[in-house]
Every structure is written in C-alpha cells, then in structure tokens.
Design a binder for this molecule. Structure first.
Ligand SMILES: Cc1cc2nc3c(=O)[nH]c(=O)nc-3n(C[C@H](O)[C@H](O)[C@H](O)COP(=O)(O)OP(=O)(O)OC[C@H]3O[C@@H](n4cnc5c(N)ncnc54)[C@H](O)[C@@H]3O)c2cc1C
Length: 368
C-alpha cells in the first residue's frame, strides 16, 4: 500500500461507521476493538426548525450491529493501520504514485519516495521533495486516492459535477447537555444542519452556509448559529475543540475502472457528508474489490466479476445521488417528507438494502 501523505488523517472528518461497515470490520476482528472507543447511535431524528417531525430507527433491521458507531476518522484510520501492521502489511507513507502503465497481464507503477528538505537561512523552510523514483510491477491496482484521484485521471475517466454543492461550517466542542443516542438532522426550508453526539461528552454541529459564503469559525458565530437554527440546544458551549469550513460536491466517475485498474471511495464518488455515505460505501467497495481480485488471481475466476463490480457500484451510486427519477414522491409519505425526500436520502447513515429499510420507515422507496 502506498500513500503520498506522511500519516493517517489527523481529524474527525467522516465520523460515523454504518452497521454494514461494522459487519465488514468484524471479519478482521476490528469491530469489537472500535466499539468501546466510540458512541452508539440508534436513531435519526428529523427536525424542521424546533419541530421534531420524524424518527428513523436504526435497529429495525436487526443484525449484529443495530447502530451507527460515531468514531473520529483519525481513530479509525489509526486502528486500520495497526491491524495491517499486525498482519505484516506495510503502509508505505510518503510514496506518491507518479505514473500508472496498464498492460494486458500486469500494471507498472512509477513510485516517487518523498523526503523532507529544509532550505534557507536565517528563516528555514521545509518542503517535501522527490527523493527517489522506482518502478513496481503489480497484477492489479486499486486507486483509493480520494477526490482528486490520480488513478481516475490516469484512466482518463470523467468525474461529472452533478451540482448541488453543500458548504458546511463544522464545529466540535464539549457539552454538558445530556444528548440521547440519536443524530439530529435539521432540515429547514433554506438549510441543512446536523448534530452528532460523540464519545467523551463531545458533539459535532454542522451548519449549511450560503454558497461561497466565507464564515468565521469563532465561538461567537457558533452561538449565533445555534440561537437561530437550533434554539433548543442548551447550554451554549464556552470553548471550541475543532472547527472547519468544508465544501462537499456531488460527483460520480464515468466508470469504476477497467482491466487491471479499479477505483474505490472518493476517487469514484462524492456526496453530502450528513449520512457519511461516501466513506462507508468506500469500505464496501474496497472489500468487494479485494475479494474479487483474490478470486481472479488465486482461484482463476473470470475477470467478469470485476466488470460486475463496476456495474453494481455505478448503479448504486446513481441511486444514492438521485440520478434520474430514482426517488419518486410517494403516497404513503407525509408532504413534509416528500418535499425533502432528496435531502433525506443523503442524510440517512446507510447505503444499499439498509438504506431502503430506513427510507421505508418514512414511506419512501428508492427505485433502480
Ligand atoms: C474536513 C472534512 C470533514 C469531513 N466530514 C465528513 C463527514 O462528516 N462525513 C463524511 O461522510 N465524510 C466527511 N468527509 C469526507 C471523508 O473524509 C471522505 O469521504 C473519506 O476520507 C474518503 O476516503 P477515501 O479513502 O476514499 O479518500 P481519502 O480519505 O481522501 O484518502 C485518499 C488518500 O490517497 C492519497 N493519495 C492521493 N493521491 C495519491 C497519489 N498520487 N499517490 C499516493 N497516494 C495518493 C492521499 O494522501 C490520501 O491519504 C470530510 C472530509 C473533510 C476534509
């Protein structure tokens, strides 16, 4: 495994692991290790301003993990790396993939090892420079290299911007409020706002901003957002732990790869962060690809299973991104739900069949 960064994520970022992800992590004994570090969330409450409109239960489908686990992405990635190390799989940090040359029976990567170089006197400044370049021949390549994926660009695959950007101010802080084990999604007519309770008495609030709005990330600004958009949230915090402004886009790669080079995660899709669908779907993709590659390389299975992977994932993401009439208004849903059905779709912490079950509780049915 190669990554151009020098270490795992340093912040929370995506903070929710879906039940399906926990089931996958159970295969490598990680679920039981992670659960005590996080917070279990058993329902999603949908609000309109101060009005509580609907509750979606996450435990209706049963299963071994009838909850979403709130765990900072940084803690999750660290645990993954430790588990890889224990299995003698090394993550080569500071290694950038410079070139991908696919051939009929193998793929050659050109790798650049990055190293720190400090220059200047009396004011020194440090930058990462290429220390050594070398080729590596592989049977297959999985590009899980994020939204600006070099792998996707090397394959010359389009990454259409589907519109519907979401600009969010994100704040994490400690709170003495006794928050129940639920994520609260406030779907106001003009903005979406989300409260995630976290472990250790912390919580994360995300507030949608008007497009291209440069927002201050101060305590004062947080108080004003809470007072106007969630006046029921008390007491107001007196210290911030972390804050950020992030823009989320909706994008889908033209395809999920071809031949011996395949994509997983943000390299192939982007969506709103509210339901943490992108990272969790990425885990499913990495799992499916790893299993399929194993079957092709070890058991001599037909390459068709890789093409099937691409077809399945494109179909699922077209559903998730509401492309075409995939979420028609429903007679059994309330007018409030129907009006917000596309926003609700991206706000529920699930994908695939689990998402269908959650939408069903609101009388919605995802086609496709
Ligand atoms: C501030 C912030 C807040 C977020 N909040 C949420 C949230 O609340 N909910 C949610 O669902 N999602 C959220 N996200 C998005 C979430 O972090 C991503 O969906 C998730 O990290 C995607 O994982 P990935 O492995 O596909 O890509 P990434 O995490 O982007 O990882 C890609 C990796 O590829 C490496 N790489 C790239 N190019 C190369 C190359 N040429 N050679 C070698 N390595 C390379 C990078 O160094 C990086 O480590 C947030 C993101 C940010 C930045």
């Amino acid at each position: 495994m190669f990554d151009e960064n020098w270490r795992t994520a340093a912040h929370s970022y995506a903070l929710a692991l879906h039940p399906q992800s926990l089931t996958l992590l159970d295969e490598v004994g990680l679920a039981s290790e992670l659960i005590p570090q996080g917070r279990k969330i058993t329902q999603v409450a949908l609000y309109d301003g101060e009005r509580r409109e609907h509750v979606v239960k996450l435990d209706r489908a049963g299963g071994r993990y009838p909850f979403v686990l709130v765990l900072p992405q940084s803690a999750f990635e660290t645990a993954l790396e430790e588990r890889l190390e224990a299995r003698k799989v090394k993550v080569h940090w500071n290694h950038r993939v410079h070139e991908i040359r696919p051939a009929a029976d193998s793929v050659t990567l050109l790798l650049a090892r990055l190293q720190k170089e400090t220059r200047g006197y009396p004011i020194a400044h440090t930058e990462w420079v290429v220390g050594k370049e070398y080729p590596l021949q592989c049977s297959f390549v999985i590009g899980a290299d994020g939204y600006n994926s070099f792998t996707r660009r090397s394959l010359d695959l389009g990454y259409a911007d589907l519109g519907g950007r979401l600009l969010l101010s994100v704040f994490e802080f400690e709170t003495p409020a006794e928050l129940p084990d639920e994520v609260r999604v406030v779907l106001n007519p003009e903005n979406t706002n989300v409260l995630w309770p976290m472990a250790d008495g912390r919580c994360r609030w995300s507030f949608q901003l008007a497009a291209d709005h440069a927002d201050a990330l101060t305590l004062r600004r947080l108080h004003s957002l809470l007072e106007t958009r969630a006046p029921w949230f008390k007491p107001l915090p007196d210290e911030l732990h972390w804050s950020s402004v992030v823009q989320f886009e909706h994008r889908l790669a033209e395809r999920f790869g071809k031949g011996r080079v395949w994509l997983a995660g943000d390299a192939a899709h982007l969506t709103d962060p509210v339901g943490a669908q992108s990272m969790n779907a990425g885990l499913i993709e990495a799992h499916t690809l790893a299993r399929s590659l194993f079957e092709v390389a070890r058991d001599g299975a037909s390459d068709d299973i890789l093409d099937d992977y691409g077809i399945d994932r494109s179909r699922e993401w077209k559903r998730l991104l509401g492309l075409g009439a995939t979420l028609p208004a429903s007679e059994s849903a309330t007018p409030w739900v129907n009006e917000r059905r596309h926003r609700i779709l991206a706000s529920l912490p699930a994908t695939g069949g689990e998402l269908d079950g959650l939408l069903g509780q609101l009388g919605l049915k995802l086609a496709g």
